[in-house]
Write a protein that binds this ligand. Structure first.
Ligand SMILES: [Zn+2]
Length: 103
């Protein structure tokens, strides 16, 4: 039996997913998935790959959130105070030599 972390890696290697989708696919609470993600990132670093988080975006005004430490979606837009925020998507990419900056 694969561990939850291995299953998360398998899923994300196949396609990009939100924590919510992962929780549904793996039958774990979203809380549980979010708890595993930092560890997943660390195991990936060991095999020269990295966990990429696509920052959430406000659907009302298009505001893009900057890279966040927290992996959970924010509840409100700082600009328009809208509450229609996309969930962050996670995916796996090959690691880079230097610390890659993504826009
Ligand atoms: Zn907004």
């Amino acid at each position: 039996m694969a561990t939850v972390r291995q299953q998360i890696i398998q899923k994300l290697e196949a396609s990009r997913m939100t924590a919510h989708e992962l929780s549904r696919e793996l039958r774990q609470s979203e809380q549980e998935i979010l708890k595993h993600l930092p560890h997943v990132a660390r195991s990936l670093a060991a095999i020269k790959r990295r966990l990429v988080m696509e920052p959430p975006m406000c659907l009302s005004c298009g505001f893009r959130f900057k890279k966040r430490d927290r992996m959970r979606a924010p509840s409100r837009c700082p600009l328009c105070k809208g509450e229609h925020i996309t969930e962050p998507y996670f995916s796996i990419e090959p690691g880079k030599e230097q610390n890659g900056v993504r826009s």
